[in-house]
Design a protein around this ligand. Sequence first.
Ligand code: G6P
Length: 605
Amino acid sequence: MCGIVGAVAQRNIVSVLLEGLRRLEYRGYDSCGVAVLGEEGPRRARSVARVTDLDEQVRESHLDGITGIAHTRWATHGAPVTDNAHPIFSKDELALVHNGIIENYESLREMLRDKGYTFVSQTDTEVIAHLVHSLYNGDLFATVREAIGQLHGAYAIAVLHKNQPHTVVGARQGSPLVVGIGNGENFLASDALALAGSTERFIFLEEGDVCELSLDGVKISDRDGYDAQREVRQVAAYGGAVELGPYRHFMQKEIFEQPRAITDTIPQADSFDPSIFGDDAQTVFGEIDNLLILACGTSSYAALTAKYWLESIAKIPTQVEIASEYRYRESVPNPKSLVVVVSQSGETADTLAALKHAQSLGHKHTLAVCNVGTSAMVRQTELSFLTHAGREIGVASTKAFTTQLVALFVLAATLAKLRGHLSAGQEADYVKQLRHLPAALNSVLALEPQIIAWSEEFSRKEHALFLGRGLHYPIALEGALKLKEISYIQAEAYPAGELKHGPLALVTEAMPVVTVAPNDALLEKLKSNIQEVRARGGQLYVFADADTKIVNDEGLHVIRMPEHYGLLSPILHVVPLQLLAYHTACARGTDVDKPRNLAKSVTVE
Ligand code: G6P
């Protein structure tokens, strides 16, 4: 998704800007660009290829300067062509980069055309550039503050003007923006990660903030235009670039990192203590009688799995909603709800907006399950649980998902205990199973060679069905999502009991049917569903717990999982589905870590 980097320094900052873009590359983008201020005004280079290509252009054109902005773009308005790539110029005097979407860009464009501005791109960004230019009064900071009063939508921007050679101005509303504080130099970025090589001191701007970066300081005003003091936070954890090591792709590396990520995420204590969610958690948990979980994509499947846990262990009614639906739906607020947002990045625009919507409806109890401690979601919720997956580079989420499941299981067990539904014996059992989980995952990862053998066949298919039941239905959904995201094979998931209500019509020899088969209470029902597919000549690919006794037969291909792992079984069963998607995509030769059209962190709605 789009990324912003900006800098004001006493040295040539082009390499800082390009390094920042490189650090944001993994999020997905389709064009990139950089602009620096020279005596004649801004100069720029733009590319519809990768940042390395931009780097070459910069060298060839000797682009250098001490004040600059840069961008990776993920197209929303207008195709990924050079004219639409940022930085966007206005009258060759002002340069601007933008993340987000401006909803009233059409009316603004008409107004600016009437004022004599010519539009050369199809972007909504160009209206911001011309708007700021048209209002410019010698003070870029004040002008930007005035201009954003006319914008509707979500945005983060960085802008520079020919007349202020040592100034970059930024503003945010709905999209993240951070200031990096250096010594005699200052930076701006959509994610602190972009500036990891330059500083460890950050200001996370609040909604509606406008900032001005100069050589000797940073000035910030809040949404009402008043001077604002924001906390400077030391964030050392960003470290250097993540290495691929012996793996072919980051996705493969991240699948194999799951035992470590889960070890780091499991709470240290030998009991379920609410304080892990925050100091006020015990009080908050005592005041709620239901959960509303909001999320997008893979995180929403973690939430769906959690619903089964929360209702069965903690006996607490739980509703899961796709954030982009909830935020625009008329719903009935319940002050006794705990609103939980689940997000790897903590910056997904729809989930953030859904959280705000829930708060605006009067929900005061909120909890974030998130992998980024400094993210907007963690900052805007009352309670939080941080997963410790480490940075996830592959667009298709893997280790973030399984660590979210761990976090949500801990939440279910904690609520069960507080509500009197967890005996001391059960508590000890759950803690033991959590502790053993990394070892169990290692035995599932050892199945990779068998999965590679299946993936050869899958790579020649164009469609696949995934079946699961109960607690493992969301795992089937996640398996199908993984396959479509990275191999581009159309994949759908159904609760196996629904087979006869439609999808059975699709079953032929050409349709592989992947089945998640744990040895749980629904096994006998699932076995009947398997027979329904076999009777129609379908080819079944079953991940069966060792104790199910499901074995290879005609039309029935089986990979034996370890013995059934009880309530935590979904965390084991998703792993072979991740590997199947990964190796199928490799066999098809797709760009696994950066699948077409997708982005890692979706900061526009
Ligand atoms: C994008 C990513 C998915 C992710 C989803 C939600 O679609 O490609 O991998 O599951 O966003 O992201 P979040 O950061 O909120 O978990």
